[in-house]
Design a protein around this ligand. Structure first.
Ligand SMILES: *Cc1c(COP(=O)(O)O)cnc(C)c1O
Length: 362
């Protein structure tokens, strides 16, 4: 069996260092808002050449806090892609704002810049773009729209750690980049974790307050905040894995290149161009008989996942928001997409095997 993902195997090469880090944190007696977090924040900011990094509890909270830090009027409209993972939409709602869905480009799976302007109203205050599957969005036209309408830009980088567009890293295009370090992400902790990066000292201060009960000083609360901190243990683990992030992304690229060269023409493959360095959090293909294909692969020992079976606007939780609306491109992607094994845990030979099996599908 070739599993879609195997986190135990993925973390094996880090085991000695992770154990040392665990010991160090255990012995320090300091488990929240300490030295490890400061070090990780400095490392992650340096990795992105930005001034500030604020460690938080997870990726969902990273987006919520980023939106809260902007201080937008309640009910402001925020542009979000219609085919994102639901967390992006939930974050906008949790921040007291209104998510307005815009369809993706069916070739890139990212928000279609040509469709954004039609969704902008006088109430639109921000965009949350999502660099889905590990590909940065087409940022030039998005930045033009941002400027033309004076919108804030938050990037959901949960699937794009280390990905670039025109040599610029995901998370560094807008006011803030929000990251998840959920264990399966390209940079994954051993539990829940997340971060926001930015260059603005006021946003940095606001995010630090918001993640810690709205407080700078213990028992003095300036704003209505949350408990959204990143703990010392996860920060220590993340520091170790961050040093290998580029290597892990290179490995995913190697596996993706194998698929690219080996898959036959019945599968729609992800596009790539010289402006993008993709990090393949997900290597997806599309096929008109997707469910049958998934079943065939399962029977032949290949694990796959559908990202995602149901678009956010069709989720039961969203009935009060999108009833009567239609997002055909999101529907088409959700009906045809299938994610193949493409993780740091996979060996090249395993991908060769997947290719040999999948090409025999008929
Ligand atoms: C994983 C993910 C999130 C949420 O991250 P969590 O750490 O699980 O809260 C948000 N957006 C996207 C696109 C994701 O893939």
């Amino acid at each position: 069996m070739i599993p879609y993902e195997n986190l135990k195997r993925l973390n094996e090469s880090f085991e000695p260092e992770l154990r040392t880090a665990f010991e160090e944190v255990l012995q320090s007696g300091h488990y929240i808002l300490g030295h490890q977090l400061e070090l990780f924040e400095a490392d992650f900011a340096t990795f992105h050449s930005v001034k500030h990094c604020i460690g938080v509890s997870n990726g969902l909270d990273a987006i919520i806090l980023a939106l809260r830090a902007l201080g937008l009027p309640e009910g402001s409209e925020v542009i979000v892609p219609s085919n994102t993972y639901i967390a992006t939409v939930l974050a906008v709602i949790s921040a007291g704002l209104k998510p307005v869905l815009v369809e993706p480009d069916v070739r890139t799976y990212n928000i279609d810049p040509a469709k954004i302007e039609a969704a902008i109203t006088p109430s639109t205050k921000a965009m949350v773009v999502v660099h889905l599957y590990g590909k940065v969005c087409d940022m030039d036209p998005i930045l033009e729209i941002k400027k033309k309408y004076g919108l804030y830009l938050v990037e959901d980088c949960a699937q794009a750690h280390g990905a670039t567009y025109k040599n610029k890293l995901a998370g560094t295009f807008g006011e803030m980049g929000a990251f998840s370090f959920y264990p399966t992400k390209n940079l994954g902790a051993l539990g829940d974790a997340g971060a926001v990066i930015c260059n603005d000292a006021t946003l940095d201060h606001s995010l630090r307050q918001l993640r810690n009960y709205g407080s700078d000083r213990k028992y003095y609360n300036d704003v209505v905040g949350y408990n959204n901190r990143l703990d010392e243990m996860q920060a220590a683990f993340l520091r170790i894995k961050l040093r290998k992030l580029n290597d892990m992304n290179r490995h995913r690229n190697l596996l993706a290149a194998k698929y690219r060269a080996g898959l036959n023409s019945q599968f729609i493959q992800p596009v790539n161009d010289k402006d993008h360095y993709d990090v393949f959090h997900i290597f997806n293909i599309r096929h008109s008989r997707r469910d049958e294909l998934q079943q065939y692969l399962q029977q032949n020992g290949v694990g796959t996942v559908i990202h995602y079976p149901v678009p956010p606007y069709r989720q039961k939780a969203m009935t009060e928001y999108y009833t009567g609306m239609d997002f055909p491109i999101a529907d088409e992607i959700h009906q045809t997409t299938l994610s193949l094994p493409c993780s740091f845990c996979h060996k090249e030979e395993e991908i060769d095997e997947v290719i040999a099996i999948i090409n025999q599908f008929e």
